[in-house]
Write a protein that binds this ligand. Structure first.
Ligand SMILES: *Cc1c(COP(=O)(O)O)cnc(C)c1O
Length: 494
């Protein structure tokens, strides 16, 4: 299978090349030139497999230049029990209407581990295949969770260095501490004065600047990306949609062939796009529900057909979704427009120049046939945490709460009774302060760890071990830089 660019000007490349290069040279995003198809009996057969085996099967459909041994090694290592002590992606059935797919049982307690535990394997195998003699230099812009998950994934991986940039005041205390305490000889972390879009734009500008790439190449490095613009980040996320589906069949919540809805707390549009790929491959999905916080640019786009980033940027209590430019929407538009690269080029230059573009009514109706969209502010998010805890005895983090509310409102407003899977993207212990406030607890004077203990006492749930350990971990990274200094910072560590 070959990989092409959403902007249409990149020669098709192998999956190995798409993965180590990250971004296409024409500025577009790589995607496969065809979509593999699974029958219902292929899907049924996944039921008997472990999560690693399911991953080898699905990922192997796209990475056709990887051998079975290479894929099995990658998935077996990434989803080993030491990385996911409980299960990689368990489904919790709440009632006859809703199930929750818990994607946060990895090392950093956020769903980013699902992809970032395996990406280093896919990447280093790709480098070997393509006989790249350079070291790979991973640049990450993070709104909180990607950074830590990427640091964990790449820590001390031979042939790699990783540099993470995060918005100084745009992440939670626990997220900041998770990154600041990261061990490893090849890891570097910088706080940037600015918001997430500033840091993401900074990283994108470095990637698309040939002069900077040359300077880095002269030092023996080749840039790559661990953000969800990288196909190697996206493809592992397709797996858990299939995995959840076959688990629901095994739990007898649905019958094989029944449709389900997926409701996804969304920021950069990577997670929900992976779900759309699963549907295109043959997974029986009725609707995707795209859930956003007060940064509701996607909600407006899906409801009205105008993408307009000219709006206030809010720091919310679901910080990993505080985004105004959702990179992966570009891939979705490419797919839904039937591969119209010219159209995508037009939208993206309008977005660059004016911060806005509008799609045609025909294209909008195709978008709406696949997706519905809802957004909620912080107060509504907190109320939802309380409601679900009280009524269903299930503890939500702030991101998942946004999605839970969207799933409920979608059901009420449309009358669609399809069983709905809510993707849970973070452990509540990663956002204890807001979860406790939602449960009307007094947290005055409590530090993050005391808050976690309080939350654990109330809910009866254990604190994820690696979050508890942060209390005594050594802080190793304290640099704060301006957004204009990101390239300088990179050069300073090489
Ligand atoms: C990254 C993240 C999201 C958003 O996922 P996208 O793939 O960027 O849409 C949602 N919730 C949490 C907790 C995250 O870390």
């Amino acid at each position: 299978m070959q990989f092409i660019s959403t902007r249409g000007k990149n020669q098709p490349v192998s999956s190995a090349r798409a993965i180590y290069q990250g971004l296409a040279t024409d500025g577009g995003l790589f995607l496969p030139n065809s979509i593999p198809q699974l029958t219902l009996s292929d899907i049924e057969a996944l039921g008997a497999m472990s999560y690693s085996e399911r991953a080898s099967y699905i990922i192997g459909k796209f990475l056709t230049d990887y051998t079975t041994e290479e894929l099995n090694y990658a998935t077996g290592s990434a989803y080993a029990q030491q990385n996911f002590p409980k299960q990689a992606a368990p489904v919790v059935n709440i009632d006859t209407q809703y199930s929750v797919l818990e994607l946060w049982h990895g090392k950093t307690s956020a769903f980013k581990d699902m992809a970032l535990q395996i990406l280093p394997y896919l990447l280093t195998i790709a480098m070997k295949k393509e006989q790249i003699d350079k070291q790979v230099l991973i640049l990450v812009a993070t709104s909180g969770d990607t950074g830590k998950a990427a640091l964990e994934g790449f820590q001390d991986v031979p042939g790699t260095r990783i540099v993470v940039f995060y918005p100084q005041d745009g992440v939670s205390d626990i997220q900041k501490l998770q990154m600041a305490t990261q061990a490893g000889e090849n890891v570097h972390v910088f706080a940037v004065r600015g918001n997430f879009d500033d840091t993401q734009t900074g990283v994108k500008n470095i990637f698309s600047n040939p002069e900077m790439s040359e300077q880095i190449a002269a030092l023996g490095y080749q840039f790559s990306s661990a953000n969800s613009i990288n196909w190697g980040r996206l493809v592992p996320q397709i797996v858990y949609y299939f995995s959840a589906y076959v688990d629901l069949v095994q739990d007898k919540v649905i019958n094989l062939g029944d449709q389900v809805n997926f409701c996804v707390p969304t920021g950069n549009f990577g997670n929900i796009l992976a779900g759309y790929y699963a549907k295109c491959m043959g997974l029986p999905v009725n609707k995707f529900i795209c859930a956003s916080n007060a940064n509701n640019v996607l909600t407006d786009f899906i409801n009205q057909g105008v993408y307009d980033r000219n709006r206030p940027f809010y720091q919310t209590n679901s910080p990993s979704m505080d985004i105004l430019i959702s990179s992966n929407l570009e891939r979705f538009l490419y797919l839904i427009s039937g591969g119209n690269a010219e159209l995508i080029n037009g939208y993206m230059s309008e977005l660059n120049a004016e911060g806005r573009y509008a799609i045609s009514p025909e294209l909008l109706s195709k978008v709406q046939a696949e997706m519905s969209a809802y957004s909620y502010d912080g107060t509504q998010t907190c109320r939802e945490i309380m409601d679900v805890y009280k009524n269903k005895h299930y503890l939500l983090d702030t991101h998942t709460a946004v999605a839970y509310k969207a799933a409920e409102d979608y059901r009420t407003q449309t009358g669609d009774k399809t069983h709905t899977v809510i993707l849970s993207t973070a452990s509540p212990f990663k956002f204890s302060a807001d979860v406790l406030l939602s449960l009307e607890q007094d947290i005055k004077g409590l530090n993050s760890f005391e808050q976690n203990r309080l939350l654990s006492n109330i809910s009866g749930q254990g604190i994820p071990e690696r979050i508890a350990q942060l209390e005594t971990a050594t802080v190793r990274h304290q640099d704060v830089i301006n957004k204009e200094e990101m390239f300088q910072a990179i050069k300073s560590i090489l």
